[in-house]
Design a protein around this ligand. Sequence first.
Ligand SMILES: Nc1ncnc2c1ncn2[C@@H]1O[C@H](COP(=O)(O)OP(=O)(O)OP(=O)(O)O)[C@@H](O)[C@H]1O
Length: 404
Amino acid sequence: MTDTVDDVDLPYDEEAASQQDKIEALRERLDVLEGQNEEMRDKLLDANAENNKYQQKLERLTHENKKLKQSPLFVATVQELTDEGVIIKQHGNNQEALTEVTEEMRSELEPDSRVAVNNSLSVVKRLDKETDVRARVMQVDHSPDVRYEDIGGLEAQMQEVRETVEMPLDRPEMFEQVGIEPPSGVLLHGPPGTGKTMLAKAVANQTDATFIKMAGSELVHKFIGEGAKLVRDLFEVARENEPAVLFIDEIDAIASKRTDSKTSGDAEVQRTMMQLLSEMDGFEERGDIRIIAATNRFDMLDPAILRPGRFDRLIEVPKPDDAGREIIFKIHTRDMNVADDVDFEALAEMASDASGADIKAVCTEAGMFAIRDDRTEIYMDDFVSAWEKISAETTDDSVSRAFA
Ligand SMILES: Nc1ncnc2c1ncn2[C@@H]1O[C@H](COP(=O)(O)OP(=O)(O)OP(=O)(O)O)[C@@H](O)[C@H]1O
């Protein structure tokens, strides 16, 4: 607390001291105060310097923390909990390491726990059980509900898929008798939402095969070190569920042209792709499993994946033409209460450049317009308004993507 002038004890006797004594005493007091002031200023400077040091340390740690959060994590398995720390074995390279963990983390771990570790092999978190990961990234559908009649405008593609996937599953003896190997893998390529997944599901449905789907991006972007193992798991699940159609969506995520960068992420993608190729090369033991892959980025694919014996049947799945769009409109309005004034040919012409998925969205939105208007019948105007809405949204979307 600062003293005010009134509170200050005077360093002399007001009544007895001479003027000279008073001046002397005040000067002495001033000297003392100046000394104290100097001392306080030094302390303040020291404190400021200390504060700066802590501030810098804080910034460094914040930066470090951010970097740790951004850098990829590796997957490892706990081998043993010892007094010195935890012994972990990294997936992918199988290297063992001893790492220290906090008491709190230690209490969560036990031998065989799967953990995520950072670049310096510190355990960042405990992961779910492997089976949970499998379930999250693989979609296993024993009876997919898509039929060929549900797909519009892709007659030629459907024919080719049937020949290459359905025939070897349904009549393998034909291939044996003729003496040729059925195509190993089929690659569907084309813009998003054009029916690639539908084709794969329909062929699985037709052949009573289990439909197993996995997205390439899930294989490599979750935790580094898992990709190759997930590919092995994927084929194992397929073998357990024969006959099976294995659908690998977004294959470009694991089979892009090689880049020169040598980051651990790239090495992981390479490992995952090599595993996929080696599973495909062991085709004879594959049995009743057909592989269909899909991509929107055909231009990005590594030619290694397209070599004979791998994805050697390429099927382009383009956006539908006028006639295709008309059929798709009819398919998606099959169960809708559509008014007589709805002209499908005109709708197909209006929705030029729409994909099958866009058309599906227009039909649902047209139904919503009717509901908002408290009607159960859908008019031509509802479809027109729906198209305007959906096409504006898709344009906004592509504009924001282009500027992202
Ligand atoms: N040719 C089509 N005929 C009928 N409906 C279609 C067609 N194409 C797409 N659709 C509709 O769009 C939805 C999405 O299609 P699908 O998932 O097959 O597209 P995709 O080509 O696999 O897309 P992506 O590349 O984005 O995975 C389907 O469930 C269906 O409702």
